[in-house]
Design a protein around this ligand. Structure first.
Ligand code: MRU
Length: 379
């Protein structure tokens, strides 16, 4: 069993019998504002159990991000934004300065929850930036929630546009190798790399996904397989170690992954194991595309070496079981980096909602980020 530390009293969890999922127009998004709280799907228990968490404190939201009840860069960005809105609603501050101090403390707590995905800091800065333009506390509370809601709504629209951009690269009959989970669960809805797969499928193209199990937390086996099964998209689950075999034997047409942060030079931080895939894809002449919203591009981080890599608890590896028994002797030394860096030279292109960045990435990424800014400013 993975460690699931108990939530603070007041944080509610409840299970639903749910076969139907929450894709756009369906039951719910991966995270949303519900009445006066943050409600999200507890991804730790899937696919065995569909459980919702309702979070009433900012500490509870930070813990849900840290413990990966919610995970995936865009999803934790939206969750953090709602967490900050929650902090604003719950703060007893009577004046704007006191409220700003409470929000700064809440933002620090949320930002520290997971260090690699830049979407988390990006979303917090966006909400803070909007709040700082007001000076009436009640108005500040209202704009914090409205901005968080806007971030969540935009995420869905961005993913749909990204899906259309990327689907143009997917030929009919394509086999796509995919790592981790980048679907509706990893975003607010629809997904990034899996959004591309979904868009190609919706356009009537025949696609088949090779789903990496993605050790140690098995986001591929548990979450991606679950999402694809519900969407009716053909797939085959493979052991992580099998990916090289499929790439070398001509059974893969392209590799699609997500990213937690893209540095200014095009280096990409993503789920541990991505680097190996990119190198083997290049060795075999297979295109390799990270798929990201422009909010995942961090022009302030020059290269992948400047991206902090999160180290996760040893128990995530040692608590896995094989035939009901622990997979390792007790007390073994463990290293558990959650992400790796894929140097930009292995990347064919980076698919975004505003188009595909191609090498040289310094220029193409800066251009796409500029385009996203202009778009946001209504130019
Ligand atoms: O540790 P996780 O499960 O949060 O890691 C998720 C990934 O690495 C995803 O590929 C990335 O966040 C992009 S999700 C659209």
């Amino acid at each position: 069993m993975l460690p699931y530390p108990p939530f603070q009293s007041g944080e509610m969890g409840f299970a639903l019998r749910a076969r139907a999922f929450f894709f756009e127009g369906g039951i719910m998004r991966s995270v949303e504002w519900h009445e006066d709280r943050v409600r999200l799907i507890d991804q730790r228990l899937l696919p065995a159990e569909f459980r919702l968490l309702e979070l009433e404190t900012v500490a509870g939201v930070a813990q849900a991000i840290r413990d990966m009840a919610v995970r995936g860069a865009p999803a934790i960005g939206a969750t953090a934004a709602f967490g900050l809105a929650l902090a604003a609603q719950r703060s007893p501050a009577q004046d704007s300065q006191a409220l700003l101090r409470d929000l700064a403390a809440a933002a620090d707590l949320l930002r520290a929850a997971r260090p690699t995905a830049v979407n988390l800091a990006w979303a917090l800065e966006r909400v803070m930036g909007r709040v700082q333009r007001e000076n009436d506390p009640q108005r500040m509370r209202a704009v914090a929630l409205a901005e968080a809601q806007r971030i969540a709504d935009e995420d869905v629209q961005i993913n749909r546009r990204l899906g259309q951009v990327g689907a143009a690269l997917v030929p009919d009959g394509a086999t796509i190798l995919h790592h981790c989970n980048t679907g509706a669960l990893a975003t607010v809805d629809y997904g990034t790399a899996l959004g591309v797969v979904r868009a190609a499928h919706e356009q009537g193209r025949r696609v088949h996904v090779l789903v990496d199990e993605t050790r140690p937390l098995l986001q591929g086996a548990r979450l991606t397989a679950w999402e694809l099964q519900q969407a009716g998209i053909p797939f085959t689950l493979i052991a992580d170690n099998a990916a090289g075999h499929f790439l070398r034997t001509g059974q893969v047409d392209l590799v699609l992954v997500g990213a937690d942060r893209v540095a200014a030079n095009g280096d990409v931080a993503n789920k541990i194991g991505t680097y190996k895939l990119a190198v083997v894809a290049r060795e075999n002449g297979i295109p390799f595309y990270p798929c990201v919203p422009t909010s995942t591009i961090d022009l302030a981080t020059p290269t992948g070496d400047d991206i902090p890599i999160e180290e996760r608890p040893a128990e995530e590896i040692t608590d896995l079981t094989f035939k009901g028994q622990p997979i390792a002797p007790p007390g073994v030394p463990v290293a558990n980096p959650a992400f790796d860096i894929t140097p930009h030279r292995y990347i064919t292109g980076i698919i975004t909602e505003h188009g595909i960045a191609r090498p040289p990435f310094e220029q193409s990424l800066a251009h796409l980020v500029d385009q996203a800014r202009r778009n946001a400013d209504g130019q």
